[in-house]
Ligand binder design. Sequence first.
Ligand code: ADP
Ligand code: MG
Length: 647
Amino acid sequence: MFEIKNVTKKYKGEFALNNVTVEIGKGLNFIVGASGSGKTTLLKIMSGMEQDFDGEVSYGGKDIKALTNQEKSYFYNNIFGFVWQDFNLIEDFTVLENVLLPQYLKDDQQTKNAEKILKELKIFDIASQKVKNLSGGQKQRVAIARELMKNPQVIIADEPTSALDEKNSKITMDILREISKSRTVIVVTHDTSLISDKDNVFELDKGELFSSVGNKLVKTSEPNMRKNHSLSLKNAFSIARTGIKRNIGRFTVSTLSLMMAAILLLTTLGGAINTNSQDAFEKLIDTYGEGLLDLSIVGSFTSAEGTEGNEDDQPNADVSQDIGGLYEKYASDERVAFTAFLQAMDNISVTVDGKNYTVESSGNAPVINKLVTGEMPSGAGNEVVVPESFVRTLGIDNDQAIGKEIDFSVSMYNWDTGSPVLKDATIKATIVGVADTTAVYEYEDQMMEFSVDDSFFFSKTALDDLRNQTEIKGDGINFLIRAKSPADLISIKDELNEQGIVPLGRFELVEDIVRLNTQTTEQTGSASTTIGFLSVVMVMAIFLITGVMRKREYAIYKVSGFNNRHLNLLNVAETLTVAITGILLMLVTSPLINVATEALFSVNILNAEMLTKGMLLILGVAVIAYGTTVLAYVRTNIATALKKGDR
Ligand code: ADP
Ligand code: MG
């Protein structure tokens, strides 16, 4: 029994209901009145869809205004049934699927009961048809069947016949009259021909209760609030499966959007940046050798005159600079591949395995193009890297040279008096590496190549010994730094320049590439960010649009008794199904996708790491999709999403 006391509702200062007091009990009750007289407003207030009003409304002693969202959803699943002018069925679902909707929140699905009700309402033979193919009369009976499945105490019907023809109006009314024998049925109608003398009739006029006729109040019992009201995971997946079956298009769009977003993210996160500058640099290396990455640090040098006005890098004058401590600083630097001492040597003679070899002096500074075998001297002990040409002279392979002891006899220039004095020294050292000592020069647009055969590179310990013997003082030993990459080369060069040290090297060639590289990396970097951002926006947009399009569907779920918690679980089931399908689809089509990503982004996704990343990204994007969908149903208000039978 509804007890309505002094209910007043205003919309924008206008009375929709004005101090209405009425009691409505079991049986068939009609609410009549002109359009705009407040009938729908009264139903909304009685059913709890509108809780913002003055006055009091209770059902079976329960204050409707004070119902929590949880309690309301329980009421909509067990106590209140609703019948509407425009049916509010899920059009893509079949008759049976619609009728079972409120049942998913109960322990057992009562398909037996559904069968009985469908038979009573004469719609059993169309149970597996999609609702959208039915006539209005059939739809209204499906809607009534769905509500009867709740076995509700109350049926609230807002103009249930106004979209139907005369015959179907009568059929519908007869059904409502029949079910009112055991329940409270409240029908808002324009059609007074449907009303009989025995019915209770309440008339509203401009928001006021104008009359109540034949009101014999039959009280109803208190509502039972103890029934189970939850959605099992199994049922959530069951609804999700039905939804997918009935709306393959939407499912496909969702799945593809997740997959595409994940693949785009994969190409940006997976190191798609393949700039041409790397290739360009490799070409340069092919031409000039790896010595292109060298910085020579020397205590004094005479610059070649006027090299294209490059005064900053190579001044046209005798330069003398303090390079003490620089070797120690750069020997262990992260950007440095290796260091090697540039000690000029003369009169070299080497004894290996008892045989003596003379090495002709080139008058050049030592050169190393690259290490071909072994490693650079680590610094501990007397170690030496010898030229490949020397190993050839020995008549052995590079590998065989490693570990051999040499007796090295040399003359070195001592400049302490201001002019060079040759002094002799000898040392025993172990060969730890073999170097290609080819020097490449550009001379009058011609590439000149020659091997500097007297390029021996000693460890610090060995060199210190040699310098001791030749009485060379000062801690500034000339050396070269081989940078790991062009960027490293330029950064070390800049760093030295800042300290006032001028290193020697062919920097102009490399500098262009480094600058180009930084630029392209920045560009591809921002392109990646944009692609990543857009793919996430795409997913959000698609799921937001889908969610908004489904607002009416969500309202139908809610009016069937689903609360946000149930819808969250349904959302999990749906999104997970979409994500897993997306993952499977990605795996199956990965060879095809690979062709595309290879061509567009130079990314090969056909490996376990990339595919795992792809799966995780799909799941990540699915979380975003889930959250976006939440926005749609949390904000769905039954009363506004389901327009009532106003005329
Ligand atoms: P009925 O169902 O009897 O045709 P309603 O209860 O729908 O009448 O409306 C009663 C009055 O309240 C009308 O004047 C209507 O314009 C107004 N009204 C109803 N709902 C709203 C709303 N959501 N916002 C503003 N005015 C409303
Ligand atoms: Mg109305």
